[in-house]
Design a protein around this ligand. Structure first.
Ligand SMILES: Cc1cc2nc3c(=O)[nH]c(=O)nc-3n(C[C@H](O)[C@H](O)[C@H](O)COP(=O)(O)OP(=O)(O)OC[C@H]3O[C@@H](n4cnc5c(N)ncnc54)[C@H](O)[C@@H]3O)c2cc1C
Ligand code: SF4
Length: 487
């Protein structure tokens, strides 16, 4: 049987055709030398690779080299590989003559995505998601969605509980072993030798093995999924996880199959263990959003990541790039940046509405921000950056995949979190020393892009409001002076 070259994000059993298939795993140090990754991300990826090698034993050849090519030069037998997740890796597979199979680890096949996308004026996730539900028979009663509605978000989106934390059992945390110890010692040594990382080291919080990933999925479905839907969009200073699954890292390492996870969620719903809105919301994330983002990476082409239709030219400030949360007084941004520094993870809304929103308002370069997300998050990979950061969060494609920019003022943060009460700024104030940088930044953003956004009917009302602001010139001037300084 041909030896299967598995990349570091192809570690689950579904990347092998036969459980006894011979395997090649390569640990390339050059990847870590090229750019400064979060220390906990480097740990997770190395730990997952080494755990997989240990599980496979003699079945795997595990090569530690500077580059992939150096390792491949040592292998004399024919190799095949599943389609990798980045263009650079795909170029390499082709260049070295390794047989390339189709992609795995996603639900929809590329041909089905292309058939859905070709000829459409707009590539809306919601339409793609309906097609995926039909294709896989997920939450369907015959040809109709269960309960007659495709999307139950109207039943979700609740503000956070007043108690300051969500009453659900915390996710099971991995127990580190001697492989983690070895990884930590190697990273310490490499750091001393000049390899740069960002963020703080800490206990490994995310699954590195299939068994750990399955345990977290099962626990989530049994104990946390019911609360997932209602509090999906809420943020709490004292509870970073809320009822999120924390499964993106093991999914992106290839340790879990998203379609199987979606079926687990449906099963729990059919047994009456979770409400429909929670099951639907989670399934939409898994086979809707995640697959949509993956396919867009390939479908939108090589130039899309460089899109910058709002002409955002500011470079990322040092405090942000270096995760210096202590330099920031704005409570929401400081807390979220500290979460990235300490865990390499925050949930979707802090990514979109606190970090991304701030970059959008300040005119930071979308490409730089995408690189930052890629390096600083434990689940960050190139394929997931393009549509999430460049498209959705920075609107750099001028609306190819979203109907309006995800720009919002402090009122949104105030409604969906408990941050504003303890902040030195006031979300209702846009001018003066107490002016919330998000509120003032929102109006300054709209003023800057007024003409470009004029035709967008979803922004008609805020643009009318903007035209009525008597103090707009002063707000714009204040935010020009604030610029990218830590707020
Ligand atoms: C600016 C920005 C950057 C992001 N960067 C990443 C990233 O680097 N890696 C990443 O996997 N996700 C990314 N996301 C999507 C999403 O925020 C994370 O997948 C999610 O927060 C991970 O936490 P979780 O596993 O608890 O997810 P849950 O809230 O429990 O959601 C379940 C699963 O759905 C999938 N999912 C949901 N939304 C998306 C999405 N928009 N794109 C891809 N998968 C999705 C994930 O696999 C996730 O594990 C980003 C979103 C934004 C707006
Ligand atoms: S007042 Fe503004 S800066 Fe402070 S927490 Fe609220 S939104 Fe964030």
């Amino acid at each position: 049987m041909v030896r299967r070259w598995l990349f570091g994000d192809q570690l689950g059993p579904h990347f092998l055709d036969d459980p006894a298939q011979p395997v090649l795993l390569i640990e390339s140090k050059a990847v870590l030398r090229r750019r400064a990754f979060h220390r906990q991300k480097a740990h997770l990826v190395l730990s997952a690779l080494r755990h997989r090698a240990a599980e496979l034993g003699d079945q795997a050849r595990y090569l530690r080299t500077e580059t992939y090519r150096e390792a491949l030069a040592q292998v004399r037998e024919p190799l095949d590989a599943c389609h990798p997740t980045s263009r650079a890796a795909r170029r390499l597979v082709r260049a070295v003559g390794v047989t390339m199979l189709g992609p795995r680890g996603f639900a929809t096949e590329p041909a089905d995505f292309t058939a859905w996308a070709d000829g459409r004026r707009q590539l809306r996730m919601e339409d793609f998601y309906h097609a995926a539900r039909r294709r896989f028979g997920l939450l369907m009663d015959g040809g109709e969605p269960v309960g007659g509605r495709w999307n139950l978000d109207a039943d979700n989106r609740q503000p956070p509980p007043r108690s300051g934390h969500l009453d659900v059992p915390p996710p099971p945390m991995p127990v580190e072993d001697e492989i983690d110890e070895e990884v930590r010692a190697d990273l310490d040594r490499w750091e001393r030798d000049g390899v740069e990382f960002v963020g703080r080291d800490g206990p490994r919080l995310f699954p590195a093995t299939r068994a750990e990933a399955v345990a977290r999925l099962r626990h989530f479905v049994d104990h946390r999924l019911a609360a997932f839907g209602p509090y999906e969009d809420a943020m709490l200073a004292g509870d970073p996880w809320l009822a999120h699954s924390m499964l993106s890292a093991p999914l992106n390492l290839g340790l879990l199959d998203p379609l199987a996870a979606a079926r687990d969620a449906e099963h729990a719903f059919r047994q009456g263990r979770v409400p429909p809105a929670s099951a639907e919301g989670f399934i939409r994330q898994l086979v809707g959003w995640r697959d949509y983002i993956w396919h867009l990476y390939w479908y939108l082409g090589e130039r899309y990541p460089r899109a910058n239709r709002l002409h955002a030219r500011r470079t990322l400030p040092r405090w942000f790039a270096g995760l210096d949360a202590d330099a920031v007084e704005a409570r929401c941004l400081s807390d979220v940046l500290a979460g990235v520094r300490d865990r390499g993870w925050v949930h979707h809304i802090p990514r979109l509405m606190v970090l991304g929103n701030y970059g959008l308002q300040r005119g930071w370069r979308p490409g730089e921000l995408a690189d930052w997300f890629h390096r600083c998050f434990v689940d960050g990979y190139e394929w997931v950056m393009t549509a999430n950061v460049v498209g959705m969060s920075q609107y750099a494609d001028a609306g190819a995949i979203t109907t309006k920019p995800y720009a919002a003022g402090g009122a949104y943060v105030h409604r969906m979190s408990d941050y504003c009460g303890g902040c030195r700024y006031d979300p209702k104030v846009r001018l003066g020393p107490d002016a919330c940088p998000y509120t003032a930044g929102y109006w300054a953003f709209l003023a800057r892009h007024r003409e470009a956004l004029r035709g967008n009917h979803r922004l008609a009302q805020p643009l009318r409001q903007l035209d009525r602001l008597a103090d707009l010139d002063a707000v714009v001037d204040q935010e020009r002076r604030r610029g990218s300084h830590a707020p």
